[in-house]
Design a protein around this ligand. Structure first.
Ligand code: GLN
Length: 304
């Protein structure tokens, strides 16, 4: 694969770059993860893949799941979704409560926790078994039936989900969400606990590099217009209050999660996933961002 040399070089140069952040502490099951793990996978639209590092290890995708649930909800609801959630960067951390009151219970975007809880609430109206539907959607997109929820992480997050419960309750007072809060939070914690390695993660995002069509199955996942819009949202909101800096340094639509994963898309060409569990103050993998920055610098291509 053409990117093999570049990715190997980046991996070697950043392999020792640890100790500058901390693994997520607020979900006890995540705080126990070995911080030194590191892997990178690239998939192109011709079917080529290249992976290096701890590629057989799985990690929980956390907020990256927000892209999958958004794709599922957008498919059914189209523009109606935007009555309940905005499309602006929040400039606040992923679990911030502060804007919600000022903005009358409508979250700024679907990639902060409040916005994702709204999307999960919508999926509860659209699917009889939303948990099963989310898992099937992810399995289908990466072509791997062996993708599961990590029950230990889901349970651990559920036990400590005070902030997410607060966000959901607050939105319920405005009527932004309609279902039972406990069930919304249960589905949300489970979607965050989906475990993948960098290869399956990169594969599962290829439809966004391919105008909404899964290149492996040639099945349309979302309309091409939806794919473009989702990429726009990832570029502007995918890394919370670090989205501007990520666009500046990396120049690709991307989405991060507190499990240490980041996945990015180069439309028309490829997807790339990185995993390195130590996070910076914004809850994003700093080595993941450094990796992606070096990648677009080395290949000389970004969306700009
Ligand atoms: N499960 C995490 C939470 O809700 C996801 C946050 C993240 O990945 N940024 O707090």
């Amino acid at each position: 694969m053409v990117y093999e040399n570049v990715v190997t070089k980046i991996y070697e140069s950043l392999k020792q770059e640890t100790g500058k952040g901390r693994v997520a502490q607020y979900i006890p099951a995540l705080s126990k993860i070995d911080p030194n793990q590191y892997s990178i996978s690239v998939c192109d639209l011709e079917g080529g893949t290249f992976s290096i590092g701890d590629t057989d290890k799985r990690f929980t995708i956390q907020s990256i799941s927000k892209v999958f649930t958004l794709a599922m909800a957008s498919k059914h609801l189209g523009d109606k979704l935007w009555d309940s959630v905005g499309r602006e960067p929040s400039g606040t951390s992923f679990n911030s409560l502060i804007q919600l009151e000022q903005e009358r219970g409508i979250p700024r975007n679907p990639f902060i926790n409040a916005g994702a809880l709204v999307v999960t609430d919508k999926l509860m109206s659209l699917y009889n078994k939303p948990k099963k539907a989310i898992l099937e959607f992810v399995r289908e997109n990466c072509g791997d039936q062996d993708i599961y929820y990590n029950n230990e992480v889901a349970k651990s997050e559920l036990e400590f989900s005070y902030r997410n419960v607060a966000l959901a309750n607050f939105m319920k007072s405005f009527g932004t969400v309609e279902h039972n809060i406990e069930t919304i939070i249960d589905i949300y914690c489970n979607q965050c606990s989906i475990s993948m390695n960098t290869l399956t993660l990169a594969k599962s995002f290829l439809f966004l590099a391919n105008g909404g069509v899964n290149p492996a199955t040639e099945q349309r996942v979302v309309k091409s217009r939806t794919a473009k819009r989702m990429n726009a949202l990832m570029l502007t909101c995918g890394l919370y209050n670090e989205s501007g800096d990520f666009a500046y340094r990396v120049g690709l639509p991307g989405k991060s999660g507190v499990g240490g994963g980041i996945v990015a898309v180069l439309p028309g060409k490829l997807s790339i996933a990185v995993w390195s569990p130590e996070l910076n103050v914004n809850g994003n993998s700093y080595r993941g961002i450094d990796t992606l920055e070096q990648f677009t610098t080395e290949i000389g291509i970004s969306v700009f």
